[in-house]
Design a protein around this ligand. Structure first.
Ligand code: G3I
Ligand code: 9MR
Ligand code: ZN
Length: 541
């Protein structure tokens, strides 16, 4: 795991904005450090870390070294007596510009149903995949087209709920920070009329439209083969039947929500598309009205791909009502939102299973004058107190992130990035520099300021993930993985055999191995990339 190199200082391996707080983390007993200009080998800053801080999740004693004062753009590394140098990093006005483009480009690499051409995919080009019609589970004679969209992850399944989570993050990033999307990725569709992020989301939205049953308005939960193909199977060679799993309430409600949001965002770019999204959203909502009590989705016995099971659909319905209210202004949706808001579920989470936070932010971003000042105030209070509690957790954490030991689960990097995103969204509701500062810490962790000195984004950073559980990266003959993808991260539950074999007994934040077999730690997904786009976009606005 550590390549024999022991680094006692960890940094954000991409870098730090010129005027931001800049800190590194030092482990060991000597808190002194210096910052060296990589070009000239000149020591430009010396300091001593604050601490010691006992870090629970990693079991390490750490010091926090501050070099905020250093504001000269350049490339640097940190050094300490008798220790090897840290990873290198830059100080620049916009250090995350290229990274954001790379994180967005990853969605292009995950596209399904279309050829990835050399012009855009370089060495990671491959033929069109999964172009055949799908079979409806239990009605095997009915075949429908649902080609397109993005592969979910290291597997080739396409799932509605996580697809909606990925799209909302990207669309919110665009809605709040449009200037961050000024340059082209580029994509095959790039033009001067619509930003690339909207082109890319349209790929998934068009697929989502196909996942909706035209008669009932309900959304099929997913379109996948019955079982996962082998790890080295390229997408175009994955030729098993594609099966639509049954309609679910969580899929339909997430679909309804994200379509209402899309109707709003695309309105000024592509009226016809925006109208189609709104019609689809309204149709989804009618399904929800007709099916108030629907059991959570379970994999049919003959299907073993990702389940994305979730017993509670209240949060998805709440989000759908909020988006429809914000887009249409129709009080009918406000009333549904008000009713659902009375129920007991998390109104702040932004995960694939708990989407209540999106409903809350949709409502709050709509402004205070929406007809229920009391509800508005209480949701706002809810958000601000959660933000404060994240800040408190981050302040007592050795790596300055709002992560407790129990947060290092499958996809912990989503938990991490969602918290960064949450703090930035809270900042939109009530501007507060502490929110921004703590959100930045989450990005620093992702990019290497963590106990493993590892950047969790493929292709970005001195020491980044090299062997993700991602079929094309395993199956192609290219040594480097597809770039710009966020790995799941440390998972104390060690949910795969590779983790169990190599990581048993490790502290929570160190339960990670950069091995292609480790699907419960080292897989990639669209909804781990999407909050990373959101967070980086803040610094590029
Ligand atoms: O949140 C609970 C926590 O409260 C509990 O204490 C802990 C103990 O087990 O578990 C936590 O739940 C975990 C949950 O992820 C958190 O989101 C579950 O154990 C864990 O099994 C579950 O993992 C999900 C995994 O599928 C298995 O269902 C991941 O979230 C989800 O991202 C992942 O998604 C897969 C798809 O199925 C297939 N495609 C790839 C994708 C990524 O690996
Ligand atoms: O490759 C699969 C990955 O995409 C999923 O997230 C994961 C959990 O559902 O499952 C992986 O497939 C593994 C299967 O579950 C067990 N046998 C080994 C498979 C990986 O090669
Ligand atoms: Zn495909």
């Amino acid at each position: 795991m550590n390549n024999g190199i022991k680094r006692s200082m960890v940094v954000n391996q991409i870098g730090y904005p010129v005027l931001d707080v800049k800190t590194l983390i030092i482990t060991g007993s000597d808190p002194k450090f210096s910052i060296v200009n990589e070009m000239t080998e000149e020591v430009v800053f010396t300091g001593e870390g604050d601490g010691p801080i006992q870090d629970q999740a990693s079991g390490k004693t750490v010091y926090l070294g501050d070099f905020t004062e250093l504001q000269t753009p350049g490339r640097y590394y940190a050094a300490a007596d008798g220790n090897e140098r840290s990873a290198s990093f830059i100080i620049e006005d916009r250090p995350y510009e290229e990274l954001q483009q790379g994180l967005l480009k990853a969605f292009y690499y995950l596209r399904c149903g279309t050829e990835l051409t050399e012009e855009f995919a370089g060495p990671w080009a491959h033929a069109a995949c999964h172009t055949q019609d799908g079979i409806i589970h239990g009605r095997e004679h009915v075949k429908l087209d649902a080609s397109g969209g993005w592969h979910d992850a290291g597997d080739y399944g396409k799932y509605v709920v996580p697809g909606a989570k990925a799209v909302v993050d990207l669309l919110l990033a665009y809605e709040l920070y449009p200037e961050a999307f000024r340059s082209q990725v580029p994509l095959p569709e790039s033009n001067d009329t619509m930003p690339d992020v909207l082109h890319e989301c349209k790929v998934e939205l068009n697929w989502l439209l196909k996942m909706q049953d035209q008669d009932s308005g309900g959304s099929y939960h997913k379109l996948t083969t019955r079982h996962f193909p082998g790890l080295d199977v390229m997408p175009e060679n994955d030729l098993g039947d594609l099966v639509f799993s049954p309609i679910s309430a969580t899929a339909t409600a997430s679909h309804t929500a994200v379509m209402a949001l899309a109707a709003r965002i695309y309105h000024s770019y592509d009226k016809g598309f925006a109208e189609a999204c709104l019609r689809s959203s309204l149709q989804g909502f009618r399904w929800l009205e007709k099916h108030p009590h629907t059991p959570g989705f379970k994999n049919p016995p003959d299907i073993s791909t990702g389940e994305y099971g979730d017993e509670t659909d209240t949060d998805e319905r709440y989000w759908a009502a909020a988006e429809l209210y914000r887009t249409t202004g129709d009080v009918k949706y406000h009333q549904v939102f008000q009713q659902l808001a009375k129920e007991d579920f998390s109104k702040t989470e932004l995960g694939w299973a708990d989407l209540g936070g999106y409903g809350t932010f949709s409502y709050l971003l709509g402004g205070a004058k929406q007809g229920d000042p009391e509800l508005y105030a209480s949701l706002k209070q809810n958000v601000l107190s959660e933000a404060i509690s994240y800040i408190q957790t981050a302040e007592s954490d050795g790596y300055q992130v709002a992560m407790k030991e129990d947060d290092y689960i499958w996809g912990s990097n989503m938990v991490l990035l969602n918290r960064g995103m949450f703090l930035l969204l809270a900042h939109e509701i009530q501007p507060d520099a502490r929110y921004v500062h703590t959100a930045a810490s989450h990005l620093h962790y992702l990019l290497g300021r963590n106990v493993l000195d590892l950047s969790y984004v493929t292709g970005y950073g001195d020491r980044s993930v090299l062997h993700p559980h991602h079929r094309p990266s395993v199956g192609d003959s290219i040594e480097e993985p597809v770039p710009g993808m966020v790995a799941g991260g440390p998972n104390k539950n060690l949910n795969d055999d590779c983790m169990k074999e190599h990581l048993t007994g490790q502290p929570a934040a160190a339960c990670f191995i950069d091995h292609e077999d480790s699907y419960a730690g080292n897989e990639v997904t669209i909804y781990w990339n999407s909050p990373a786009v959101f967070v980086t976009a803040f610094w590029n606005r």
